[in-house]
Design a protein around this ligand. Structure first.
Ligand code: DSN
Length: 411
């Protein structure tokens, strides 16, 4: 599928084994996907050789003519895809996109309101262990107790009492549509800036199956490798008036030379997302997630918010004799890859947890449609119900994977 590593047998063998692992297992990590051969080729290209600190036509190195063209294309395609006036495609990751935006909009010690990590938020939304929680003062909102959707009354109350400079919406483990209009209204009512971290849902937004935050938020950050199905990296979108501040926080603020091979691969991925088939892929993702949710709930498992509107479900195992870690391990033995995840009002630590997060972007990229997803749901429940099924399920997982190859045509 990609060029072989010919002069390093140890790394070549590791890549071979990882390729087989990916081909022969059902990857249900909600934040992962599988990129096209063209994205792989761009990312594995000689563009990795080039230093290009600065921005197109304003670089600190000579020889940037062609990488300038790649970055210009990536920016133009990102802007078109998300209908955004401004895009910065240089962030190496979603965390660095968020860091650059915080540094552009805030001073150390400023107040920020964001989603609680254990309710589905992200480390960079103010967790104590992250730079964000160390440099800024965060307050957190969460989910309602009954419906387990974002508690917009709590968001409004906290906005009023805490008076944040910035409100952040966006999540790593939240299965429902986020009401950007209400967030924007609350932010405006307390004169706060509004940022959306749409990393998980960027592909759904690009495909038109989740409302866009562009136009509601002052700034939107994202990764490019989740539902968006591009190379691993970050992205910032916004209005032109913030462009100067954000650009200078990415470089020279927090990054050095941009990864031009990754930026070229982002351009390829954006082009793929602009092509007609991408919306259909995203519709299939949402349908598959819904089928998965119904399959799991039909077998008696509790999902946070009782279902999903997007690409993932969050299974709460609190009422089962099983931790998130045990569930992840047991499913892993059957060739089904998920991640343990905290659930709202989590009683266990992050290495144990009481839940698992299950996503369908990757199996949908492999071509799976509802019939296959129903089977996947049954296999998950079989394994969680009874560890003795692992052997049988492993063989069914292998069969399914053979029917839906990761890179059709490769041997
Ligand atoms: N690690 C990502 C996820 O799995 O959601 C978030 O950064």
């Amino acid at each position: 599928m990609a060029d072989r590593v010919t002069h390093d047998p140890q790394i070549a063998a590791i890549i071979e084994k990882e390729t087989s692992r990916q081909e022969q297992s059902l990857n249900l990590i909600a934040s992962e996907n599988t990129v096209s051969r063209s994205v792989l080729a761009a990312q594995g290209s000689v563009l990795t050789n080039k230093y290009a600190e600065g921005y197109p036509a304003r670089r600190y190195y000579g020889g940037c003519d062609y990488v300038d063209q790649a970055e210009d294309l990536a920016v133009a395609r990102a802007r078109k895809l998300f209908n955004a006036p401004y895009a910065n495609v240089q962030p190496h990751s979603g965390s660095q996109a968020n860091m650059a935006v915080y540094f552009a909009l805030l001073n150390p010690g400023d107040r920020v309101l964001a989603m609680d990590l254990s309710h589905g938020g992200h480390l960079t939304h103010g967790a104590a262990a992250s730079f964000s929680g160390r440099l800024f003062e965060f307050a957190h909102y969460g989910l309602t107790h009954d419906t387990q959707i974002i508690d917009m009354n709590q968001v409004a109350d906290l906005a009023n009492s805490f008076r944040p400079r910035l409100i952040v919406a966006g999540a790593s483990a939240y299965p429902r549509i986020i009401d950007f209009q209400s967030f924007a209204d609350i932010a405006a009512s307390v004169n706060a800036l509004f940022m959306v971290d749409m990393a998980h849902i960027a592909g759904l937004v690009a495909g038109g199956v989740h409302p866009t935050p562009v136009g509601y938020a002052d700034v939107v950050t994202s990764t490019t490798h989740k539902t968006l199905r591009g190379p691993r990296g970050g992205l910032i979108l916004g209005s032109d008036d913030l462009a100067g501040k954000i650009n200078s926080q990415i470089f020279p603020g927090i990054q050095g030379g941009p990864l031009m091979h990754v930026i070229a691969a982002k351009a390829v991925a954006f082009n793929e997302a602009l092509a007609p088939g991408f919306a259909g892929y995203q519709q299939q993702v949402v349908e598959n997630a819904s089928v998965l949710a119904n399959g799991l709930m039909g077998r008696g498992y509790h999902l946070v918010s009782n279902g999903t509107d997007n690409h993932m479900v969050l299974m709460d195992l609190t009422d089962r004799n099983l931790t998130g870690k045990e569930a992840e391990d047991r499913l892993g033995r059957a060739g089904i890859t998920v991640n343990k995840n905290t659930v709202p009002n989590e009683a266990r630590g992050p290495f144990v947890t009481s839940g698992i997060r299950i996503g369908v972007p990757l199996i949908t990229s492999r071509g799976m449609t509802p019939d296959a997803v129903r089977q996947v749901a049954e296999l998950i429940c079989d394994v969680l119900d009874d560890a003795a099924t692992v052997h049988r399920v492993t063989s069914e997982v292998r069969d399914l994977c053979r029917q839906y190859p990761l890179y059709p045509g490769d041997d």
